[in-house]
Ligand binder design. Structure first.
Ligand code: NCD
Length: 301
């Protein structure tokens, strides 16, 4: 792998396959969580300028299970809240010579900027509405735990596509593997140009059409923090785009439901669906650790 991992768009399918294959070794069923010493003596800095539960924790657990030392820095608990510029924060961290920096930032391209600036490998943990590569990798791992291949699967991605880095990274990944990708959401959250982002992508405003014959239904949170326009009232959003049990009969009988979290129950998905047998939401979280171990190992070992 190149220096770090900035996005899915720029990496080869073979690279993705290697990570997904290696992640299997770190899955709970095969890995008894004995602490490995693969990365002993290395330091991974988690630099989070935006809130996170799953991503930050799982990167930290992944690094620790591989034997690395980890340090987590959040914007509110650091000098970033004292007005320090991004460049100064980065130079300060760079001067401590960490072995890798995992970074989340509200600005699209922030990790790319950082990687041009520092010799340290950078792993993008979400940059604005741009990419969230390890999320797409863990999503692919989760699908492949239940399906043989990604090719020809019909994957519906439903919700606030416009502001979703999870959607973008998943579109790039699934497209590289020949999946059929249907994007669905209200017109204000579904820009038409997304139809051209990658091969195999189509758009619909109708949730029923999106779900029809789907193998995988990926739900997304409405990212109010990234919206500048007045938001769609939540009751109305739920009426048109909330995933309910009744929708599931339109999908393939063995369809799976996914969500990167955090989920807003009663807004984009009902509890009945989120907690059902078809839901793979907690498997996604489990795979988050396994996939991040595979990524860290590939970059640092
Ligand atoms: C997502 C994110 O931060 O992009 N969450 C995550 O990493 N699991 C999605 C979201 O915040 O809605």
């Amino acid at each position: 792998m190149a220096k770090g991992l900035l996005g899915i768009e720029g990496i080869e399918r073979s690279e993705i396959e290697a990570i997904l294959e290696r992640a299997k070794v770190f899955q709970p069923a095969t890995n008894r969580h004995t602490k490995l010493d693969t990365l002993r003596g290395q330091t991974v800095v988690n630099l989070f300028f935006e809130n996170s539960t799953r991503t930050r924790t799982s990167f930290e657990i992944a690094a620790k299970r591989l034997g690395a030392d980890t340090i987590s820095i959040t914007a509110s608990g650091s000098s970033i809240s004292k007005g320090e510029s991004l460049v100064d924060t980065l130079n300060t961290l760079g001067a401590m010579h960490p072995d890798a920096i995992v970074m989340r930032h509200a600005a699209s391209g922030a990790p790319h900027f950082l990687s041009r600036y520092l010799p340290t490998p950078i792993i993008n943990a979400g940059d604005g509405a741009h990419e969230h590569p390890t999320q797409a990798l863990l999503d692919a791992r989760t699908i492949l735990d239940r399906r043989e291949k990604l090719e020809s699967l019909r994957v519906a991605i439903i919700g606030d596509i416009a502001h979703s880095r999870v959607a973008r990274s998943n579109i790039h990944l699934l497209s590289k593997f020949g999946a059929d990708i249907v994007l669905c959401g209200p017109a204000s959250l579904l820009p038409r140009e997304l139809a051209d982002i990658a091969p195999g992508v189509s758009l619909t405003y109708d949730i029923r059409e999106a779900i029809k014959d789907a193998d995988v239904i990926m739900m997304l949170r409405v990212q109010l923090e990234r919206q500048h326009e007045a938001p769609i009232p939540s009751g109305e959003y739920f009426r048109f785009y909330g995933l309910r049990l009744e929708h599931m009969s339109l999908a393939k009988p063995d369809a799976m439901v996914m969500h990167p979290g955090p989920i807003n129950r009663g807004r984009e998905i009902t509890s009945e669906v989120a907690d059902s047998q078809k839901s793979a939401i907690l498997n996604q979280v489990e795979n988050g650790v396994a996939v991040r171990m595979a990524v860290l190992e590939r970059i640092l070992a």
